[in-house]
Design a protein. Structure first.
Length: 515
């Protein structure tokens, strides 16, 4: 029987499982046409089951210092993992959100492989997502649940997309080439050349266990790397985020919701005209939505700060399809106190830029690796300690630009949610696909019962940013700048030549003496 030990980071994620916090990545794929169930089943068999963990269960060792491991499930049953349900009439988005919410609240069965797919049939929706008079189309949805110890958000989305084809005419469910669909990184700073810096981060992460009880040790480590030490001190000594509205004791019930699409071109227009990346623009709109939500709950954004844990994919290029967890975090203080949307964008961009050259993300990943080697009781204490540093989790994944098809049906919408942990009441996922961007919000119902209000605020805030950008207009292009420079040089040259052509005055004229 094949056995494979979990990595230390995957072990931390596995042991973070709690009845009030199922550690699952939940996704939904919405299709414009019904899917033939038997064809979907053959696709899953050929394209998913060749990954060993999808036929294995996890085994927790009896000894606390031993690592859990995967072993082949004694009686694998695809019928348990691939199910079909039907939405009752009218079969719209509200009914589908109810199903997704129920599944996101239900833990997976640890006696089986830790994944499950539900084909939701009789789903009717309009393709525009905006008008009550728009034509309704019969389609379906596929709700996917993967345990976080199997894959983080980036790997999970990549895995789901590997089930699909770029060609509608594709008929054979053969396994596609590795990394068939190009995807971008998750939101956050980009990190390259992690070798030496990562080794320093790993050493400091090991030291961090003693730093929790002896903070003065930080000064003794300055010779190892001043910037990394400063970052480590910031992580460990930062005060807890204690927003009374958005974080607290978690309940069992979660609520999932997602937005109507917005144009990726419009997002880029805002960034081009007001300054900022696509991620900056989307996080600014989401920050404004949280500001609106706090005001609606009579909580002043001026006195209530919000710190977001922003995942950063640390896989090397070409390794996007690797399973497991290779995600670090940066902790971004959101400018919820800034009322003007354009000013908020500038401030958020300034704060995010501070993280770009910081070792914070690789350091946080290294800390998780070290935690994975400690006993479960120690892990629980330290993970909860780190969880208090954020109020919300915000992740953004850039999906494929081209339309995809699964089992012959066109994929129209793709959304995913990562689990809530450490008292965080709101998780935000932003995903772009085929020129459109959608926002997903997963909330703990005991803290935030109405994620749809946050989504409404997101649309309003993005609309405000777009209006300001449309008034500003596009900055001049490089060609226009060179043309302006050329015109300026021609004018300057004409002035100089004109001055050189004028005759020199005579001495009498200069002195005013009569000739």
């Amino acid at each position: 029987m094949t056995k494979q030990r979990l990595t230390p980071v995957d072990t931390v994620v596995l042991r973070a499982e709690d009845p009030a916090n199922p550690m699952m990545v939940t996704g939904v794929m919405i299709f414009g046409e019904p899917i033939v169930f038997e064809r979907l089943k053959k696709t899953i068999e050929s394209r998913l089951l060749h990954f060993a963990p999808f036929r294995q269960r996890v085994v927790q060792p009896r000894l606390p210092w031993s690592m859990p491991y995967w072993e082949d499930a004694p009686s694998f049953d695809l019928g348990y993992h691939l199910r079909r349900v039907a939405l009752p009439p009218p079969g719209g988005q509200a009914g589908l959100q109810d199903i997704v919410s129920q599944l996101a609240s239900t833990p997976l069965d640890f006696s089986r492989p830790l994944w499950q797919l539900h084909l939701v049939e009789n789903y009717s929706h309009d393709l525009t997502g905006s008008s009550q008079d728009a034509p309704v189309h019969a389609g379906c949805a596929l709700v996917c649940r993967l345990h976080h110890s199997l894959a983080d958000g980036v790997a999970a989305v990549h895995l789901l997309l590997s089930l699909a084809d770029t060609d509608l005419r594709a008929s054979a469910p053969a396994r596609p080439p590795e990394h068939q669909h190009k995807m971008g990184k998750s939101v956050g700073p980009s990190y390259t050349g992690l070798g030496a810096g990562y080794r320093i981060a790993t050493r400091l992460a090991g030291e961090s266990l003693s730093l929790l009880t002896h903070p003065r040790r930080i000064a003794e480590l300055t010779r190892t790397g001043a910037e990394a030490v400063t970052t480590l001190g910031g992580l460990l000594l930062a005060p807890p985020d204690s927003n009374p509205v958005l974080r607290g004791e978690l309940s069992v019930t979660k609520r999932a919701a997602w937005s109507e699409p917005i144009s990726l071109g419009d997002v880029k227009t805002v960034g081009r005209r007001l300054g900022g990346t696509v991620n900056d623009v989307l996080l600014t709109a989401m920050t404004g939505a949280l500001r609106r939500y706090l005001e609606g709950r009579e909580e002043s954004p001026q006195v209530t700060g919000i710190r977001a844990a922003v995942p950063v994919d640390l896989r090397p290029p070409g390794a996007e399809g690797e399973l497991g967890n290779q995600i670090g975090f940066v902790f971004l203080s959101l400018p919820v106190d800034v009322a003007d949307p354009a000013d908020r964008l500038r401030e958020l961009r300034r704060r995010m830029d501070r993280h770009k050259d910081s070792p914070e993300a690789p350091l946080s990943l290294a800390m998780l690796k070290v935690l994975g080697l400690t006993p479960p009781s120690v892990q629980a204490v330290l993970v909860n300690f780190l969880g208090t540093k954020a109020t919300t989790l915000m992740t953004n994944v850039i999906g494929p630009r081209q339309p995809l098809y699964l089992a012959g049906a066109p994929l129209e919408t793709l959304m995913f949610w990562v689990p809530l942990a450490g008292g965080v009441g709101v998780g935000v996922s932003i995903l772009s696909y085929a020129g459109q961007v959608r926002l997903g919000v997963l909330t703990d119902v005991g803290l935030v019962p109405d994620p749809e209000v946050i989504i409404t605020g997101f649309h309003a805030e993005f609309g405000a940013l777009l209006s300001v950008a449309q008034e500003v207009g596009d900055p001049p292009s490089i060609r226009e700048l060179f043309a302006r420079l050329d015109d300026t040089l021609v004018t300057l040259n004409a002035i100089l030549n004109d001055g050189a052509a004028k005759p020199e005055p005579t001495g009498g004229e200069a002195s005013g003496t009569p000739q």
